[in-house]
Design a protein around this ligand. Structure first.
Ligand SMILES: Cc1cc2nc3c(=O)[nH]c(=O)nc-3n(C[C@H](O)[C@H](O)[C@H](O)COP(=O)(O)OP(=O)(O)OC[C@H]3O[C@@H](n4cnc5c(N)ncnc54)[C@H](O)[C@@H]3O)c2cc1C
Length: 404
């Protein structure tokens, strides 16, 4: 079988590795100059950074397996830590390195800044959703879900809503509760302690997967057509033509807004949410209390300590911050952080269509299309999850399995 994959993001990479490992003659077409798509390295002012700060979870099992398969060691490249949610308003929830679910129960019961009554009510609520396997009778917004379950106190403001924004890239009042529940099921609700861990990249995104994968694919005979934008796919009864070459099957692994142009049936009209990463370079001694820190000012959301004084502030979803000029945004976030040292350098990277808007009831197409040899991959096709690296990787592997 000869297969063309269109799109070299994490979904396309996953499909290419799976097909190549199964002995399929594979060609990967990527429009950009490097692999990685929305999770890639960028060169800014002589530094290698990310197009946006990414955070992974221990629950990203297939992503970690894929990294290992192409020779990238997750234990070396990612800083694995038990989850902690710490903010500048005195809230702290820290999971101990104990077996699940004891770690989550202990973390919840010892959370700082939360009253006993609320802790017990939340523990009770979590038991209830676990008993229902995190399945909601009716999808609704995260806000409606929390309201209906009387989760209205400190934990809502300092834990559930910030986690929802980080995971789904959309504020709780617009976010799909069922998808958020799925994320909780596979992380805090998992029976494996490792799934609850936080994984922070120690290196730029290219080194996590796209670069080792490109080397692995090239060494295993995959043709990598980088810098090649595919304009159309021509289908006849027994062949598919891409860029003048014929194939037995095609995987369309582009973002949803590009898939419809290549294959009309794949078009899904989504709204999108932006993400900005505001890099602030302080002196090398500047550190955060914990490498992932929650800001609770008017604009700041999450900030990641990249080491050597480099902080990456992440602004997720539509908001007032979009109207700020880059320099004003950097100053505002620095002021909210309360770090008095002067920044040596800053840079704002804005991704306008970072993720589809993960609202209740949106369409999530399956990877199969009406054509038996044209399949879709991409974060939007993995209906269980919001737009994530793990959703992208799982979708790519599933698309490959469908063809195999
Ligand atoms: C700033 C930012 C922060 C994020 N943070 C996180 C996070 O913390 N954790 C997390 O899990 N996820 C995060 N995400 C989401 C995650 O990056 C995406 O879900 C994932 O990368 C999507 O991968 P994909 O392969 O489905 O799509 P894409 O990455 O969009 O890949 C599609 C590829 O197709 C190529 N392409 C498009 N059209 C064509 C064509 N005609 N011909 C050839 N190639 C084409 C594109 O160039 C692109 O490389 C973040 C995303 C952004 C933007």
């Amino acid at each position: 079988m000869k297969v063309a994959i269109i799109g070299g993001g994490w979904a396309g990479i996953a499909a290419a590795v799976e097909l190549t490992a199964s002995g399929v003659d594979t060609t990967l077409y990527e429009a950009g100059r490097i692999l990685g798509g929305r999770a890639r390295s960028v060169s800014i002012d002589g530094r290698t950074l990310d197009n946006g700060q990414h955070i992974l979870l221990g629950a990203y099992r297939e992503t970690l397996a894929l990294m290992r398969q192409v020779g990238a060691d997750p234990e070396r490249l990612l800083d694995r830590r038990p989850l902690q949610v710490v903010d500048d308003a005195g809230f702290c929830l820290a999971l101990p390195k104990w077996p699940a679910p004891l770690n989550v129960a202990w973390g919840l019961l010892t959370a700082k800044g939360v009253g006993w009554r609320e802790k017990l009510a939340t523990a009770w609520w979590m038991q209830g959703i676990k008993a229902r396997h995190f399945h909601l009778d009716r999808d609704c917004t995260v806000t409606e879900w929390l309201d209906a379950n009387r989760q209205t106190g400190t934990l809502r403001r300092h834990l559930w809503e910030p986690l929802c924004l980080a995971a789904l890239n959309i504020p709780a009042e617009r976010a799909a509760a069922q998808v958020f529940a799925n994320v909780l099921r596979d992380s805090l609700g998992s029976a494996r302690r490792e799934d609850t861990d936080l994984l922070l990249p120690r290196v730029d995104l290219g080194r996590l997967l796209p670069e080792p994968a490109a080397r692995w694919l090239a060494a295993n005979g995959t043709r990598l057509q980088i810098g090649t934008r595919i304009e159309s796919i021509t289908a006849t009864s027994d062949k598919l033509t891409v860029a003048g070459n014929t194939y037995d099957a095609v995987v369309i692994a582009t973002a949803p807004q590009h898939a419809g142009r290549l294959w009309s049936q794949a078009g899904v009209a989504y709204d999108y949410e932006p993400i900005a990463t505001v890099y602030l370079q302080f002196g090398a001694k500047t550190r955060l209390p914990f490498p992932l820190f929650k800001q609770s000012g008017k604009y700041g959301q999450w900030v990641v300590d990249r080491g050597h004084g480099l902080l990456a502030c992440v602004l997720s979803g539509h908001g007032d911050w979009e109207a700020f000029a880059d320099a004003d945004l950097a100053t505002t976030l620095q002021n909210e952080l309360g770090i008095t040292d002067k920044t040596d350098w800053h840079k704002v990277v804005r991704e306008k269509r970072a993720t589809f808007s993960c609202r209740p009831g949106i369409a999530r197409p399956d990877c199969a299309t009406a054509h038996p040899r044209v399949v879709l991959a991409g974060d939007y096709t993995w209906a269980d999850y919001p737009a994530t690296l793990e959703g992208a990787v799982r979708s790519g592997r599933r698309a490959a399995h469908l063809l195999l």
